[in-house]
Design a protein around this ligand. Structure first.
Ligand SMILES: N[C@@H](CCC(=O)N[C@@H](CS)C(=O)NCC(=O)O)C(=O)O
Length: 219
């Protein structure tokens, strides 16, 4: 199995966590988004959307979109499960994951940032305001759903990590990177710290990857 990844990619971060939790080995192919390698014909043949991650099985089956990949891995390698057993719980976990993966994260991707920069000519301060606005809006929505909810446990849903935690930690990582104070989001903060204390999450962190630039690498 080949896993196409980039250290800073939050969607790749999600798949790295799932591979670690499931203990599934994969040959990692590093695609440098900063060098536009994801737009080269070689990667475009694998994912015409020119976005990371992608997963290619030995028989050539190609998976793309991180949430689809997470569910694929969960079905193929059911232990430990990334979704709860009961339908309402599954819906809640998917909804929390979608809040990050389909609402918050797309507004922060390089292609959107490129458009703000090159087409709309927004100044750095305006671009920073854009990023902060969408980061904070997603954090507030997550906190609203997680705080005082009977289904929230040590993790977003119960006491084991699910798709929701896998998506949430990436969003919080960006928020911390943008110096957002998490004190306003105490439930999100607590769950983030609990998840990142697990080696499967910690090893997947953007700053701990073989392709992380040396100067950025977590010591
Ligand atoms: N919804 C997609 C998002 C994929 C995505 O946008 N990936 C980013 C990195 S996190 C990317 O490759 N961006 C390239 C670009 O925006 O040009 C998923 O979850 O896989």
């Amino acid at each position: 199995m080949k896993f196409f990844s980039f250290w800073r990619s939050l969607a790749s971060f999600r798949v790295r966590i799932a591979l670690n939790l499931k203990n599934v080995p994969a040959d990692v192919v590093f695609v440098d988004i900063d060098a536009n390698a994801h737009r080269d014909p070689e990667y475009r043949r694998i994912n015409p959307q020119m976005a990371l991650p992608a997963l290619v099985e030995d028989d050539g089956t190609t998976l793309f979109q991180s949430l689809a990949i997470l569910e694929y891995l969960d079905e193929k390698y059911p232990t430990p499960p990334l979704l709860p057993a009961e339908p309402a719980g599954r819906a809640r976990v998917r909804a929390l994951a979608l809040m990050v993966a389909c609402e918050g994260h797309p507004l922060l991707t390089p292609r959107v940032r490129r458009y703000l920069d090159h087409e709309l000519n927004l100044r750095d301060t305006q671009q920073a305001a854009w990023r902060r606005h969408w980061i904070v809006e997603t954090l507030a929505a997550l906190e609203g759903h997680l705080a005082d909810n009977k289904d929230t446990g040590k993790f977003c849903h119960g006491d084991a990590p699910t798709l929701a935690d896998i998506c949430m930690v990436g969003h919080v990582t960006v928020a911390l990177n943008q110096q957002v104070n998490l004190a306003t989001y105490p439930t999100v903060k607590r769950i983030f710290e609990t998840a990142m204390a697990l080696p499967e999450f910690a090893k997947a962190h953007p700053l701990a990857q073989p392709d992380t630039p040396e100067a950025m690498r977590a010591k």
